[in-house]
Design a protein around this ligand. Structure first.
Ligand SMILES: [Zn+2]
Ligand SMILES: [Zn+2]
Length: 154
């Protein structure tokens, strides 16, 4: 993952460049996004800020999230059920592996992605600008839970 401090500084720099106000709440949202590895949803970000900013509303968190998204400083992972998740650590398109049981999302390191992009461009004649690549499955933790439960029932 990227250095959270570097990510945070880059977000603050972008806010300055665009003339956005550096409110304590906004900076706190940036901090949470920079340190989060687990692709939190807006509620999770809100909860993490409750202790330091008990009066901050979910709507404020969401507004700031959308600001960072519009600045290209956070990647939004949209899902059909509306439970969008956010990656402020790697704000550029990258593949994800998603557990269908516990909704854990991780970033796999895929060496073949560059080749795949080149192949898609070759095949279609498109200039590839972006991609969305999600793998769905069952994570190791959920798998071992299922096995234990299975044994318990026997
Ligand atoms: Zn899982
Ligand atoms: Zn990610």
């Amino acid at each position: 993952m990227a250095d959270p401090n570097v990510r945070y500084e880059s977000m603050v720099k972008k806010l300055r460049e665009r003339g956005c106000k550096l409110t304590p709440q906004r900076l706190a949202v940036a901090r949470v996004l920079a340190v989060s590895q687990g692709h939190p949803n807006v509620e999770a970000i809100f909860e993490r800020l409750q202790d330091s900013f008990p009066t901050m509303s979910l709507a404020t968190v969401y507004r700031n999230l959308m600001l960072f998204k519009s600045l290209g400083e956070v990647l939004e992972l949209g899902f059909p059920d509306g439970s969008n998740r956010y990656d402020g650590n790697k704000p550029f398109p990258h593949p994800h592996v998603i557990c269908v049981r516990c909704q854990k999302i991780i970033d796999p390191d895929l060496g073949s992605l560059k080749d795949m992009t080149a192949e898609v461009a070759d095949e279609t004649g498109f200039d590839i600008l972006s991609h969305r690549l999600d793998f769905f499955g069952i994570c190791g933790e959920c798998k071992s839970k299922t096995q234990k439960e299975g044994k318990g029932r026997r």
